[in-house]
Structures are given as structure tokens and as C-alpha cells.
Design a protein around this ligand. Structure first.
Ligand code: GTP
Ligand code: MG
Length: 149
């Protein structure tokens, strides 16, 4: 099983679509193993998106992410990292396929609803940035044998 860091951004919280988004992950058979609502401060936003610090959109990205609370999660499942990126869709919502979260719920790159880790190294870094180990729940989910062969 693999863990990914996934975060509904401030626009998802403000638009009251958190439940719909969470349902997509649950219905696929993925398991939520940690979750919290938090207002990201500037330091955390800059660290989380550090790889983009030289990009022209960096200041707008930090303002967006710190503007209102986000809903951070750790989600577990087989090949969870690449699978969740597929469920999330392309970075630019106008190019994201319909049926993906960004394709169905968003219009602009700077309001693209959700973040998901893009590699095992990113997932490890991002999970430890947002969660302490004791906030991650290891538990067996009842329908596992109906989800996995
Ligand atoms: P995340 O899951 O949020 O990391 O998105 P991503 O991995 O699909 O894209 P990337 O890491 O390249 O960019 C991080 C975030 O910066 C994106 O999700 C967008 O919110 C924002 N972003 C990226 N490119 C642009 C851009 O060209 N313009 C604007 N305004 N925002 C951008
Ligand atoms: Mg990214």
C-alpha cells in the first residue's frame, strides 16, 4: 500500500464541495488515514511549494493557498500516488479531462481545487510537513476483501 498527501485547497472549502470530492476517493476504494482542516501560513505554503519559488506565479500561489482554510489528508491504497493524480486531473482545469476533479469542478489554474503528491519522494516530504506520525491512523477497513482481490 502507498500513501499520498492530498489537500483540498481554499476554493474547495469555500465552495462547500469537500464532501463531493472526498466521496470520489472513498468510492474508488481508497482509504483516508489522516485528515485535518487548517489555515496554512505563509512559511508552510512557501515550504510546501518550494519547488516553484522562482516561478512568476509563486506569489499568487502563496496568496491563494493561505487565503482561507484547506483540508489536508493522507490517502492510502495500491499505487495511490499515480492513481490520485489521475483522479485529480491536469493542473490546468481547462485541459483536465471531464470526469476528473479539476475537469469537473474548476476553471482556472490559480483556482484548481486540490493538490496531490506527484511522486513517492514528494509524498513522503509533504506528509511529514503536514502531519505528525501519531496523526496517521493505521486501520483495517471492513470491505478491503471486496476492493482488493
Ligand atoms: P499541485 O498538486 O497543487 O502541486 O498541482 P500540480 O502538481 O498539478 O501543478 P504544479 O506543481 O506544477 O503547480 C502547483 C500549483 O501552482 C498548481 O496546482 C496551480 O495552483 C499553480 N500553478 C501552476 N502553474 C501555474 C500558472 O501557470 N499560473 C498560475 N496562476 N498558477 C499556476
Ligand atoms: Mg505539484
Amino acid at each position: 500500500m502507498e500513501k499520498s498527501f492530498v489537500m483540498m485547497k481554499p476554493d474547495a472549502v469555500q465552495r462547500r464541495i469537500m464532501g463531493k470530492i472526498l466521496t470520489r476517493f472513498e468510492e474508488k476504494g481508497l482509504q483516508i488515514v489522516a485528515a485535518k482542516l487548517l489555515k496554512i501560513d505563509e512559511d508552510l505554503a512557501k515550504e510546501h511549494y518550494g519547488e516553484h519559488s522562482e516561478k512568476p506565479f509563486f506569489n499568487d500561489l502563496v496568496s491563494y493557498i493561505t487565503s482561507s482554510p484547506s483540508f489536508a489528508m493522507v490517502i492510502e491504497g495500491d499505487d495511490a500516488i499515480s492513481l490520485i493524480r489521475k483522479i485529480v486531473g491536469a493542473t490546468n482545469p481547462k485541459e483536465a479531462d471531464l470526469g476528473t476533479i479539476r475537469g469537473d469542478f474548476a476553471m482556472d489554474m490559480g483556482r484548481n481545487i486540490i493538490h496531490a503528491s506527484d511522486s513517492p519522494a514528494s509524498a513522503e516530504r509533504e506528509i511529514s510537513l503536514f502531519f505528525n506520525e501519531d496523526e496517521i491512523c493505521e486501520y483495517k477497513i471492513a470491505d478491503d476483501s471486496w476492493i482488493y482481490e
